[in-house]
Design a protein around this ligand. Structure first.
Ligand code: HEM
Length: 457
């Protein structure tokens, strides 16, 4: 990012700024809404042809889309933009208003300080044994030749790892199972409610609404149970839950019950769907690219000497890590992000008014032919150091940058590489009849219904 990208607005600079162009293809009355709903990925990917920053008309509303790596970096790093807008408002309504993912300003800074130690690079090795156990348990559950439902299996392992590592305790084993079922249902329903906001219709007693409400209520109940049991146990293990229970507000007072609850929800929810979706894509990649599956297997074998792969091996698994990064490039779990301008400001040469909603797509940025040679090819070697150095800054930021950057980048990468290594060491994969690996657009991107058959090597 250049300093010019986040120009402060002075009377001199303000006159030089332009209004971003309107993206082409708006329909009278509907604007770009229909295109966005019909094929959001193609729509977002085409916007850079219209400008670095473009205006979109969604019904009567104007939304600004940022399309270049440089300006998405500038957006994420500038204090002139905060987390807000329709996406966040609907999340808050369902998941709580006091968690880190939706807070802004001093509360957000305080909450980040509380959770950050649990995700620091030097904290991750402590989670190694749980990650190893869960990765190997996954491969032991699967039977050679029998169909694996990758959606439920990926959710299961992601939730189990997050819950067991961060909210530590034996009771988590059974709870993690319930959490994974609830979260899968809640995410499905949340996306529907965000894209098709039918308000009161979602309160009618249709089976889908009842299932959603039951799962959401159980999720909140589970979190209350976890907090109550930890308190009753009198134990204070060195984990994220203890950090949350002992956190103080800006006046040095213990934080309220609602904030503790919302914080646990705000960590478990982004932590499960994102990792689960990425695991699904990794399994899809191993089935689609047997040559890379084979290369991962031989790398794991040479690093481990044929022993079960463990957490300490991960840093030596170069190709495996590159497979994970390349899968995240082409299928980023978080495919769309939004911000709201808190003041009149500028992005590049463009004027952005206070209150404007801004949107950008890591999916579009990470697949752009202007940033990547053979941009749609699955090519893990593009992450070898000499080639990775050619990638423009912010053209690959699946965890974002700046003060809202995902706290869990190290935690996530460690488990994703370990899982990829563990499953590839034992199996190669084939898609079975009925499997559908086309992209399902929801809160995250994942395959519609990935069904794989693990086969021994
Ligand atoms: C925020 C991606 C895993 C917890 C974010 C953001 C991204 C992201 C892009 C920034 C959102 C924004 O800028 O508006 C991912 C990806 C993951 C992953 C790609 C895995 C493949 C996790 C896990 C956890 C987690 C495992 C927790 C266990 C959070 C939290 C935030 C966040 C709490 C909000 C941070 C804040 O607003 O300060 N994540 N995430 N994420 N993520 Fe992750």
């Amino acid at each position: 990012m250049t300093v010019e990208s986040v120009r402060p607005l002075t009377p001199e600079t303000a006159t030089e700024l332009r209004e971003p162009p309107l993206a082409g293809g708006a329909l009278p009355g509907l604007g770009h809404g229909l295109k966005l709903v019909r094929d959001p990925l193609a729509f977002m990917s085409g916007l850079r042809d219209h400008g670095d920053v473009v205006r979109l008309k969604l019904g009567p509303k104007t939304v600004y889309a940022v399309t270049t790596p440089e300006l998405t970096g500038a957006l994420a790093l500038s204090p002139d933009f905060k987390i807000d807008g329709p996406l966040w408002e609907s999340l808050e309504g369902l998941l709580g208003k006091e968690g880190v993912a939706t807070a802004n300003g001093p509360r957000h800074r305080r909450q980040r300080r509380t959770i950050q130690p649990a995700f620091r690079l030097d904290a991750i090795p402590d989670y190694g044994p749980v990650m190893e156990e869960e990765a190997h348990a996954l491969t032991e559950r699967w039977r050679p030749g029998e169909t694996v439902d990758c959606t439920s299996e990926s959710f299961r392992v992601a939730v189990r790892i997050a819950a067991r590592c961060l909210l530590r305790g034996e009771y988590m084993d059974e709870r993690a199972e319930r959490l994974s079922v609830d979260l899968a249902t809640v995410f499905r329903g949340m996306y529907r409610r965000m894209v098709i906001p039918l308000g009161p219709l979602y309160r009618l007693p249709f089976p889908a609404n009842r299932e959603f409400n039951r799962a959401l209520a159980d999720l909140h109940l589970l979190v209350d149970e976890i907090v109550a049991e930890r308190r009753a146990s009198g134990q204070k293990p060195d984990d994220l839950l203890t950090a949350l229970l002992e956190a103080k507000d800006d006046n040095g007072e213990p934080i309220g019950e609602q904030e503790i609850h919302d914080q646990v929800v705000a960590i478990l929810t982004p932590g499960s769907e994102t990792v689960a979706s990425t695991i699904m894509w990794l399994l899809q990649v191993l089935a689609e690219h047997p040559e890379h599956a084979e290369k991962v297997r031989t790398e794991v074998e040479s690093v481990t000497g044929g022993r079960p792969v463990g957490f300490p091996h991960v840093r030596s698994l170069t190709h495996t890590n590159n497979v994970v990064v390349e899968a995240m490039r082409l299928r980023p779990a978080v495919w769309i992000l939004t911000r709201r301008a808190v003041t009149d400001t500028a992005l590049g040469d463009y004027r952005i008014p206070a209150g404007a909603d801004i949107v950008y797509s890591p999916y579009a940025i990470q697949r752009d032919a202007r940033s990547y040679d053979r941009h749609l090819d699955f090519d893990p070697d593009r992450w070898l150091p000499e080639r990775a150095a050619q990638v423009p800054k912010y053209a690959m930021s699946p965890f974002s940058v700046g003060n809202r950057k995902c706290p869990s980048d190290h935690f996530s990468m460690a488990q994703l590489s370990l899982i990829t290594a563990a499953v590839s060491a034992k199996y190669r994969f084939e898609q079975v009849a009925g499997s559908d690996d086309s992209t399902r657009v929801g809160i995250t991107l994942r395959p519609h219904n990935l069904l794989l058959r693990p086969m021994p090597w």
